[in-house]
Design a protein around this ligand. Structure first.
Ligand SMILES: CC[C@H](C)[C@H](NC(=O)[C@H](C)NC(=O)[C@@H](CCSC)NC[C@@H](N)Cc1ccccc1)C(=O)O
Length: 326
């Protein structure tokens, strides 16, 4: 079978939320689909009230198909320092008409401050490889891994949009969502991520700089995080841009016209329009850049700033990533 679900951007395209049905009768919660992690966790009746800010909860006691996974716990930390932990149930989970009868649903008994403050998001739905799922003592599979064998094709596609509704499609490729040909490239999943090797980059209409490095496709990261050498070259083309240690990255005058950023995947060239690199205004006149350094992380992240300019196929059958402009 196959299905599609819309995904809605929060302010600044900081994150994208999609409705997910859990339990019987179905309880709908909006989750942050995250190809950079592999835990499906959600605010529940077990999440302390003082760690919530109005989030919609999943309540397993109201679901006739919920089963507690005795003795199971989870505990996750993210690259931005946020974290959450708790216990585990299995229940029916449906996304856009694709149903998994027994999905590990991780109930949050502790969430860190950035999650507490994010009232619109009830949790995360991991779409990375289950090898980095944090449930103990028995590691659990992701929704996609559990659904994959029943899908028409063992893949899902990601079509994020700038300040507009996009979609996650499961089991099929919708040709109306992209232009040109899809460029497939092998995935390095040795760290549990959808890792790949970009082949270079280009700022505006300048020449293409061939280079090969490791990056991950991560819908749960807002920005495009690249080696500082590339980031410095990009911002050196923007008059008034400067590295602002207080803000933790490059800022620039908001009224500047920004150059596009093109990345290579083998022979393919993915183009990110210049205005996508304006992440958010810090003051009336100073804006924060959407391209920032990944040096502190140790690897590059193609987050939403890049992904919202592309149609991306995550193929779990042959472990490839497919890229197309749109
Ligand atoms: C510091 C933690 C390191 C990065 C590592 N954790 C990870 O790699 C986790 C699974 N993935 C992540 O932290 C990153 C990918 C690697 S970044 C170093 N993606 C998921 C993240 N953006 C999800 C998120 C969404 C909204 C708000 C906050 C966080 C670990 O547990 O060792």
């Amino acid at each position: 079978n196959f299905g599609t679900v819309e995904t809605i951007p929060e302010a600044f395209d900081r994150e994208y939320l999609s409705p997910v049905q859990i339990g019987t009768p179905p309880q709908t919660v909006n989750l942050n689909f995250d190809t950079g992690s592999a835990d499906l966790w959600v605010n529940t009746n077990e999440t302390p009230e003082n760690q919530q800010n109005g989030q919609v909860e999943y309540n397993p006691t109201l679901s006739s198909t919920a089963k507690k996974m005795e003795g199971a716990t989870w505990d996750i930390t993210y690259g931005d320092g946020s974290a959450s932990s708790g216990i585990v149930y299995t229940d029916v989970v449906s996304i856009g008409g694709v149903t998994v009868q027994s999905q590990a649903v991780e109930s949050a008994q502790q969430v860190s401050s950035s999650f507490q403050a994010d009232a619109a998001s009830s949790g995360l739905l991991g779409l990375a490889y289950g090898t980095i799922n944090t449930v103990q003592p028995v590691q659990q599979k992701t929704f996609f891994e559990n659904a994959m064998n029943d899908l028409a094709s063992p893949l899902f596609t990601v079509n994020l949009m700038k300040q507009a509704a996009g979609s996650y499609d499961f089991g099929y490729i919708n040709a109306s969502e992209y232009t040109g040909e899809i460029q497939y490239t092998p995935v390095d999943n040795s760290r549990g991520f959808w890792g790949f090797n970009p082949s270079g980059f280009q700022v505006g209409n300048s020449s293409f700089n061939a280079s090969s490095w490791y990056a991950i496709a991560d819908t749960g990261t807002s920005l495009l995080l690249l080696p500082s050498g590339m980031v410095d070259i990009y911002w050196s083309a923007v008059s008034g841009a400067k590295f602002d240690a207080l803000q933790g990255g490059y800022t620039f005058p908001c009224n500047t016209t920004l150059p596009s950023f093109t990345f290579g995947v083998e022979e393919y060239r993915g183009v990110i329009p210049g205005h996508f690199m304006n992440y958010a205004a810090i003051t009336k006149t100073t804006c924060f850049g959407g391209i920032q350094s990944s040096d502190a992380l140790g690897f590059s992240i193609f987050g939403d700033v890049a992904l919202k300019a592309q149609f991306v196929v995550f193929d779990g059958g042959d472990n490839t990533l497919g890229w197309a402009n749109k």
